[in-house]
Design a protein around this ligand. Structure first.
Ligand SMILES: Nc1ncnc2c1ncn2[C@@H]1O[C@H](COP(=O)(O)OP(=O)(O)OP(=O)(O)O)[C@@H](O)[C@H]1O
Ligand SMILES: [Mg+2]
Length: 251
């Protein structure tokens, strides 16, 4: 586990001032569980947001640099590609660098989407979470995924306790959902889990397990992808921008 000492002093005053002035919304896709769809949903949500006319940037903080590499591949695939949004790779190895990054992002306008690595042991994750307005936490309906999500939630809650000005809201997303899967007992258990999450954040509509989800790019959603993600993404959008698109978050 990470050390969280002295974070309160570093952030409390800063956060109070920035939340008042900020014209940016920072959304981090995170869960310590691997393979739950952080990268997929981060990229697809970027495609969704730009289609809605929102100024968007993606910061790829995962060591594997999946989104960054995917953008490179898209450039090869689509000649003269006009980037709908920038994708920047960033290493979170040094927490001081991450603090600087987050301060710089706070000066921007629009929506910043961050793909976080799945390893909680990285110190750089602390400023990332503290300075995020929202954490989108994908998970799957299966025991190890739920257990990891509990650990992750515990970590965020502990961080919130220590950094009292931390206003990060958690949005839970069941991803790779398969209606046919699970015994009656398991389904009851999952419903109870979701009810518990609701005490700590907002539970968004589920995203189905579908092969189309594996063929995403960094440009736009296909029609069938749009169909799959829209209920969930519309809900996230409404939480962030309000029903009319001009709510809490700014352009
Ligand atoms: N809704 C879905 N339906 C089908 N496949 C999916 C869905 N969401 C994600 N996947 C697939 O699951 C795998 C893991 O997804 P992804 O890489 O986005 O997870 P991650 O949480 O970013 O993983 P890591 O922890 O390794 O960074 C990928 O092969 C992806 O294509
Ligand atoms: Mg990933």
């Amino acid at each position: 586990m990470m050390q969280m000492v002295s974070e309160e002093n570093k952030y409390s005053n800063f956060k109070l001032t920035i939340t008042k002035m900020s014209e940016v919304t920072i959304i981090t896709f995170a869960n310590q569980k691997g393979g739950v769809g952080k990268t997929t949903l981060c990229t697809m949500f970027a495609n969704y947001l730009v289609a809605k006319g929102k100024r968007t940037i993606v910061i790829d903080c995962d060591g594997q640099q999946t989104i960054f590499e995917k953008r490179k591949a898209d450039h090869k695939k689509y000649k003269d590609l006009k980037e709908p949004y920038k994708v920047q790779a960033f290493s979170i190895a040094d927490p001081e660098n991450v603090r600087n990054l987050m301060q710089n992002l706070r000066q921007m306008k629009g929506t910043v989407l961050i793909d976080a690595p799945g390893n909680l042991a990285q110190q750089g994750l602390i400023p990332l979470f503290v300075q995020s307005d929202y954490v989108v936490c994908p998970y799957q309906y299966e025991t190890t995924s739920i257990n990891s999500t509990v650990t992750f939630l515990g970590f965020i809650l502990q961080l919130k306790k220590r950094v009292q000005s931390m206003a990060t809201e958690i949005l839970f997303v069941v991803n790779r959902h398969d209606k046919r899967y699970g015994t009656e007992r398991e389904r009851k258990l999952w419903a109870e889990t979701d009810a518990q999450w609701a005490n700590y954040g907002k539970v968004m509509p589920k995203i189905e397990q579908r092969v189309e989800m594996q063929r995403y790019n960094t440009v736009e959603l296909t029609v069938s992808q749009e169909e799959i993600v829209t209920p969930c993404f519309d809900s996230i959008y409404n939480v962030i921008y309000g029903e009319d698109g001009h709510g809490k978050a700014k352009e």
